[in-house]
Design a protein around this ligand. Structure first.
Ligand code: P6P
Length: 312
């Protein structure tokens, strides 16, 4: 029976990643091990985010909880979880985190060949009101792990070999690409496993939704203002687009991937280079968009062609 087959033939993220690895016979399984540690980090953060309201984890750093323990903000805690998971995987040599001003160069004895750029809890200002937030990550290969320098980390996004995000919302959804399409997995808390629920995600070719913070309209340049105006007052007889803006990039991008449309955070007078961070917001999400048949532009060119000048 279909139901029985489903129950006994689960496509977990671990099994999917192993299948992907088997497409590269020369692979030693390092990426598989690295991804399994990232998945562990996501499971831990999912659990902490779900308990945040109860455990009053959402308090500001420095407050003490009922046990008089120093409270860690969820994003600080999430960062520690991912740094520990990535270092202990033994497959990374340098980490770039939104939470840390400087790159983390892993102890030489524990080094591996990958660089991971990540935002451990993007959109964390939305935690207190229960809006979906997420972890975003991108993975690069480093040529020589023992002598890696910051310059080697500042690679264009097109050199990324994998990227993904985990959205902590009504359910916990992990979306991943290792360069062969995009797949979505949903955490089954009773199993503690991510089960494939969105195989081979492709962004719909036409979308009816535009997603932008209209509150910045007075700061937009003319081309941006004209584009958004056309979304609201189309001149080709089509219907106006709907505006959906959550203010949490993982949630806005996930909806765009599944429903189609456009998400934009245009540069403006306030943020001449735009607000989104290149290495752990723009690159991973652009990688996923292209792998799902979409596109990502900076307004001047392809986002993945950007060469970052610094890690923040
Ligand atoms: P604004 C969250 O802080 C974030 O980096 C992204 O997750 C989100 O898309 C953006 O900022 C929201 O920015 O200025 O619209 O609040």
């Amino acid at each position: 029976h279909a139901a029985d087959t489903f129950r006994t033939d689960l496509m977990t993220i671990t099994r999917h990643v192993l299948n992907e690895q088997s497409r590269h016979p020369e692979s030693r399984g390092d990426l598989t091990i690295l991804l399994s540690h990232i998945v562990l980090g996501c499971k831990f953060v999912a659990s902490a985010v779900n308990k945040a309201g109860l455990a009053k984890l959402t308090g500001l750093a420095g407050e003490t909880n009922v046990q008089g323990e120093e409270q860690k903000k969820l994003d600080v805690l999430s960062n520690e979880v991912f740094v520990n998971a990535l270092v202990s995987s033994g497959r990374t040599c340098v980490l770039v985190s939104e939470e840390d001003e400087k790159a983390t160069f892993v102890d030489p004895k524990l080094r591996g060949k990958y660089c991971v750029c990540f935002d451990p809890l993007d959109g964390s200002s939305n935690i207190d009101c229960g809006v979906s937030i997420g972890t975003i990550f991108g993975i690069y290969m480093i040529k020589n792990q023992d002598t890696v320098t910051l310059e080697e980390v500042l690679q264009p996004g097109k050199d990324m070999i994998a990227a993904g995000y985990c959205m902590y919302g009504s359910s916990c959804t992990l979306v991943l690409s290792t360069g062969n399409g995009v797949n979505g997995f949903t955490l089954d808390p009773s199993l503690g496993e991510f089960i494939m629920t969105h195989p081979d995600i492709k962004i719909p070719p036409k979308g009816k939704i535009y997603s932008v913070n209209e509150g910045n309209a007075k700061n937009w340049d003319t081309p941006t203002a004209k584009y958004v105006e056309k979304c609201k007052y189309p001149t080709d007889g089509s219907s106006p687009k709907s505006l959906r803006y959550i203010g949490s990039m993982v949630a806005d991008v996930h909806r765009t991937l599944l429903y189609g449309g456009i998400f934009l955070y245009p540069a403006d007078k306030k943020s001449p280079s735009g607000k989104l961070r290149v290495m752990y917001e723009v690159f991973p999400m652009s990688f996923l968009m292209e792998e799902a048949g979409g596109q990502s532009f900076t307004g001047k060119g392809r986002s993945l062609d950007l060469i970052p000048t610094d890690i923040i």
